[in-house]
Design a binder for this molecule. Structure first.
Ligand SMILES: Cc1cc2nc3c(=O)[nH]c(=O)nc-3n(C[C@H](O)[C@H](O)[C@H](O)COP(=O)(O)O)c2cc1C
Length: 368
């Protein structure tokens, strides 16, 4: 298997990567009271030592009272949490790696199974996490304004701490995605609307605030998904024209790289073409894209949450699409959660040593 092209450098603004492999953001819940520990720093440093081109952190939440439903998800605010993150990025740089935090607000959530609840009710565009499931407050204009400022502050702090980029979490049914989705955004003010471009407004204001905070030369990534965890077949954009109308304003507002989340990267996004989500996003916007979803694995990641393991598979189809120019970067989740040396093994062609993914890996921060 020839994976040479995945090992070419990538340069955008001040972001310089030695290869095209990105560690996908993965929530680990190993940061008690929102503070990343030294073990979390070691976990990321090991992936940098293992030659991951770009590490995206697990989702890390902004400074809003109910931005998280989990006491062990890291914060990206407050002196102690930011000190923890400083150790993370310094460790990654020491090992020659590059990294960006995934900046997150969960929006309206299910209550966590631990029974922990945030100090204020969840907040979202219309109190809804999904159709017919209301579990919090509808945001006022003041809430929206303060949330936008909190996203900007997190981005400014990321840059100040020395991170190489940031990723805005706009996918998987969380706050920003709740604004995108008609069934969870019933607003009649400027943040709602019948069309996706109208419901883009919140995301665009977040992006503009972030861009104002980090300046023009700092690479900003944003993650999107058509699917929702409550509906795998959901499509925000039903055809390439709708995709163009959704994503072009996002790029114009200041996003440099579109991270297109799919469960399986080989699945075509629309009829009459084998292009996947990242392939179409690149085609309609011209912006660089990241693909993701079961790269090198036999099973998708929702299977992992249901306790399923996954076997290693070939990267041939991935390479075919990469070499065709469909996308610029490739994110890998579970293989890197299980094995910090996945990239070096792929590079050396040691495919017989790949571990795949076992559900046991979720219970710990795998360091070897
Ligand atoms: C344990 C776990 C936690 C995840 N947490 C996040 C997250 O915080 N943010 C996010 O955007 N995606 C999250 N995801 C999705 C991954 O980023 C990725 O898109 C998904 O696992 C598919 O990639 P894979 O098939 O290579 O694992 C998570 C996935 C897993 C397995």
């Amino acid at each position: 298997m020839n994976t040479n092209s995945l090992f070419s450098p990538f340069d955008l603004k001040t972001l310089h990567l030695k290869n095209r492999i990105v560690m996908a953001p993965m929530t680990r819940s190993f940061s008690p009271n929102g503070i990343p520990t030294d073990e979390v720093a070691t976990y990321y440093q090991k992936r940098a030592e293992g030659e991951v081109g770009l590490i995206l952190s697990e989702g890390t939440v902004i400074d809003r009272p109910s931005s998280s439903n989990d006491a062990n998800v890291p914060h990206f605010y407050g002196e102690d949490a930011l000190k923890g993150w400083k150790k993370v990025i310094d460790g990654v740089h020491e090992a020659g790696g590059k990294m960006g935090p995934q900046i997150w607000h969960m929006g309206i959530m299910d209550n966590h199974h631990s029974g922990w609840v945030p100090p204020a009710p969840f907040e979202g565009p219309s109190g809804l996490n999904r159709p017919d499931f209301n579990n919090g407050n509808t945001m006022s204009e003041k809430d929206i304004e303060n949330t936008i400022l909190a996203f900007g502050k997190a981005a400014a702090d990321a840059k100040k701490s020395g991170f190489d980029t940031i990723e805005i979490h706009g996918a998987h049914g969380y706050l920003i995605d709740q604004f995108f989705r008609a069934e969870t955004n019933l607003r009649t003010d400027v943040y709602g609307g019948k069309t996706l471009p109208e419901r883009n407004r919140f995301a665009i204001e977040v992006i503009k605030e972030i861009r104002k905070q980090v300046g023009n030369n700092f690479a900003v990534i944003m993650r999107f998904s058509q699917f929702k965890p409550s509906d795998y077949n959901y499509k925000l954009a039903k055809n390439p024209q709708e995709l163009e109308a959704w994503l072009n304003p996002i790029v114009d507002a200041g996003v440099d790289i579109l991270h297109c989340s799919q469960r399986r990267f080989w699945e075509p996004e629309f009829e009459d073409s084998d292009l996947n989500f990242a392939g179409w996003a690149k085609k309609v916007t011209g912006a660089p894209t990241i693909t993701v979803g079961s790269v090198g694995l036999s099973n998708d990641f929702f299977g992992a949450f249901a306790g399923e393991s996954s076997e290693p598979t070939s990267l041939e189809e991935l390479n075919r699409r990469f070499d065709r120019g469909d996308f610029d970067l490739v994110a890998v989740g579970r293989p890197l959660l299980s094995d910090p040396n996945w990239v070096t093994k792929i590079k050396a062609g040691k495919t017989d040593q790949l571990k795949g993914f076992s559900k046991e890996a979720l219970a710990e921060l795998v360091l070897e």
